[in-house]
Design a protein around this ligand. Sequence first.
Ligand code: 2NL
Length: 356
Amino acid sequence: MTPDAGGPDRVGAILAEAHDIVGRARARIGAAGSLADVRDLEAELLGKRSELSAAHRSLGALEADERPRVGQRLQEARARLEELVAARRAELESSERAVRLRAEHLDLTEVVAPSTRGHLHLVQRTRDQLEDVFIGMGFVVAEGPEVETDWYNFEALHMPPAHPARGMWDTLYLSLGEPETVLLRTHTSPVQIRLMQSQGPPIYAVMPGTCYRRDTPDARHIPTFHQIEGLVVDRGITFADLAGTIETFTSAYFGPEIHARLRPAYFPFTEPSAEFEITCTICHGEGCRTCSQTGWIELGGCGMVDPAVLAAVGLDDGEWSGFAFGFGIDRCAQMRHEIPDMRVLLENDVRFLRQI
Ligand code: 2NL
């Protein structure tokens, strides 16, 4: 018998070492922090080069009758290690899964703001509502160019070149043709001239649209603004028809408690002319800061079409008479929605636009 062959000492040593291996491995497996660590440990503890495999190989040195018992104990140690590895792996898998689930969490009960599709600008809505009121009263809607000639914007309206009344409008001229002959319309009146020329009476029409004046913007003036003008030309039209039309429109648009009144004024294209005012929508006529304590707010102007204007478009003022009026669409929106500063209508700040 060789010195290192078998014997109770040799058996005892292998069994003690197996016990030791399991003890040390248990601590290391328990400390494995990731699945990758577990995989590395598994190779180190159970692979071909592991201490356990070395112990197995040393079985050959034992007496034949000792081998099965020691072999079985080594087998048990291996099974134990496999169990520990499997248990740690399961533990880490479930905690790594929990981390992943938390990261990928999708709360299907969350209320997400619905996507918005936008809507018409307040000025466009106001224009549509004003058109509706006039259509309901039997008017048609007419449109025309924003770039006009001096003749349509001024001359046909009884304002020859150098007429002092031209100073009432701060006109923006275009560098086209002769100086100061092509311009951005300062009112929608040219559309009425075009309509009288192209169609002739009877006319019951409103002309809404964008107009331009060289104004410095402030709370009540914007250089790009919107106007709606009305024109009626027929036989036997009187100032009473004008006053009734204005009153009917005012209460239809602003409500039955809001009324209109006319005050004498001057426009080159109407005679007689009047400014029209409506009950202050802020204080309902009581008097407040907005209406300077008068209870009335100026909205626009009106009058009987001047015979010179009828003559400019070739209409016989013995047969035809008419009235016209004009007011700001932006001003209407400002009144109805109590907007303190008109400049917000041009700024396109969505915090303002969304409110409407
Ligand atoms: C105002 C005043 C007004 C008219 C516009 C008109 C048009 C023709 C003939 C006669 Cl073709 N008149 N339009 C008449 C009076 C006043 O507007 O303050 N607008 C904001």
